[in-house]
Design a binder for this molecule. Structure first.
Ligand code: SF4
Length: 282
């Protein structure tokens, strides 16, 4: 039976930590730089609106992003930072109509708030894991600190040392990972930051493994057992998860899943959505 804490955590994740593009001024399409690559068809500087962004802050090529070479846009998720910066930090004032210095500050703080929201997402998930109960009090403290920082003024957010805060939170997330994986048979499998690019891991037993920050780009993980694995920061771009079992895998985010390949036989944690392109053959 799930805990009340977990239910509240799920509510938070659903309501606040997912992108609500209708409440955002298209910040990810303006604030972030793009380098021409397999993910983006164009180069673009940070703070420059994408040529495909319409004046109503909608994407003009939304239905054909992958075909037009903008796969990166279909993978990205701001974890709800866009709507917070647009509607709360800047009180609903559009960058298109404000003075240039205010727009610049908005573009500057958006990546900061995105990092804080990503941390809120991990902390919320950690609080929903019963095995992490010994550190729940510390996790709640870190959640409150992170929420307070994310609610800062534009000036406070611009001055924040977000990397230092990430490091502090990461200590707790590591401890959470140890506690959760302690009860699994694969707890000793340490692939942290491992270079597994293009690795042949078909049918591999990676249940309960530590795959934090592992480079799994284009790895063949078809039919792999990834149940209860820690996948925080693992690079799953073009990894093949067809028929893989990720039930109970934790610290796995929607952008990671979106960047991978999979199919109807891929088993995902309940909180994650099966990407449309897995079934659309794109
Ligand atoms: S292509 Fe569309 S989704 Fe991607 S950055 Fe440009 S406007 Fe945004």
């Amino acid at each position: 039976m799930r805990e009340h804490t977990a239910d509240r955590a799920d509510d938070r994740a659903g309501a606040e930590l997912r992108a609500d593009c209708g409440s955002c001024f298209g910040l990810c399409c303006v604030a972030l730089p793009f380098a021409r690559s397999a993910d983006f068809a164009i180069d673009k500087d940070a703070g420059t609106p994408c040529a495909n962004l319409r004046t109503d802050h909608r994407c003009g090529i939304h239905a054909t992003l992958r075909e037009r070479g903008f796969t990166g846009c279909t993978v990205y998720d701001c974890f709800g930072a866009g709507q917070r910066v647009s509607q709360v930090t800047f009180g609903g004032r559009d960058w298109r109509t404000g003075p240039p210095e205010r727009s610049r500050r908005m573009f500057e703080v958006f990546p900061v708030v995105r990092q804080l929201h990503e941390l809120l997402r991990y902390l919320t998930e950690a609080l929903a894991l019963p095995a992490a109960r010994p550190v729940h009090a510390d996790l709640r403290g870190a959640l409150a600190d992170t929420e307070r920082l994310a609610g800062g003024t534009p000036q406070e957010l611009a001055a924040l040392d977000v990397a230092a805060h990430r490091q502090r939170v990461n200590v707790l997330l590591l401890r959470t990972s140890e506690l959760v994986r302690a009860g699994t048979r694969g707890r000793g499998k340490n692939r942290r930051n491992a270079d597994l690019m293009g690795a042949r891991l078909k049918g591999a037993d990676l249940a309960g493994a530590d795959l934090r920050g592992a480079y799994l780009i284009a790895a063949d993980l078809t039919g792999a057992d990834l149940r209860g694995a820690d996948l925080i920061g693992a690079d799953l771009r073009d990894a093949d998860l067809t028929d893989a079992d990720l039930t109970g895998a934790f610290f796995l985010t929607q952008p990671q899943v979106n960047a991978a390949r999979g199919g109807p036989g891929t088993r995902l944690p309940d909180s994650l959505t099966r990407p449309v392109h897995w079934t659309a053959g794109r």
